[in-house]
Design a protein around this ligand. Structure first.
Ligand code: GAR
Length: 191
């Protein structure tokens, strides 16, 4: 199985999708550990219910982004993590994480990259009045929301969409491409 370390900041629906993909046999993988950064993130309870170890690293306790990343690296290395999955991680990462896991970090983003990078990607797409947006899983490089794209899924924008209704439909697609992207990882090992 592929050894995963997951990073999440929020509700954890993508984390849950990965865990379910493993439980139902779609994925030959194991989530070794979850790192989350908000004490009240819903993802924590999801991990507990699934019996997956969850470690809180509150970014407010670290002086620099590098120090937070160093703590994450140590946890992942201690748990034998091979691939790092950013599943709704809302902090900018540094080369401390990328150097420890070169070309072994993936991220999910709620837009069709390279459009609408950064925060509020769903609102950005609505404001731009595009007709189609979606989501992307990509390998992470140092720039924010950039790096080789693994999978994308398109989602049409409806006339009466709000950020919430649109984000909900995007997330349905996120859960599918997240599982598909993780299934691809063994094929990327030697690139
Ligand atoms: C997801 O929609 C993900 O694409 C987004 O956060 C949400 C987390 O949801 N990530 C970003 O915006 C990264 N810049 P979840 O906690 O339910 O998986």
């Amino acid at each position: 199985p592929v050894s995963l370390g997951v990073m999440a900041s929020g509700s954890g629906s993508n984390f849950e999708a990965i865990a379910h993909g493993i439980i139902n046999g779609e994925l030959n993988a194991k989530i070794q550990v979850l790192v989350y950064n908000n004490p009240d993130a819903k993802v924590k309870e999801k991990a507990e219910k699934l019996g997956i170890k969850a470690v809180l690293l509150n970014h407010r306790d670290f002086k620099t982004r590098e120090e937070l990343d160093q703590a994450i690296v140590e946890i992942f290395q201690n748990h034998g993590v091979q691939w790092v999955v950013m599943a709704g991680w809302m902090r900018i990462i540094t080369n401390v994480l990328l150097n420890a896991f070169p070309r072994k970090v993936i991220n999910i983003h709620p837009s069709l990259l390279p459009s609408f990078k950064g925060i509020n990607a769903v609102e950005q797409a609505l404001k731009a009045k595009v007709k189609i947006t979606g989501c992307t899983v990509h390998l992470v490089d140092l720039a924010v929301d950039s790096g080789p794209i693994l999978i994308q899924s398109a989602v049409p924008i409806l006339d009466d969409d709000t950020p919430e209704t649109l984000h909900k439909r995007i997330q349905v697609q996120e859960h599918l491409i997240m599982v598909r992207a993780i299934a691809l990882l063994p094929h990327l090992e030697n690139q």
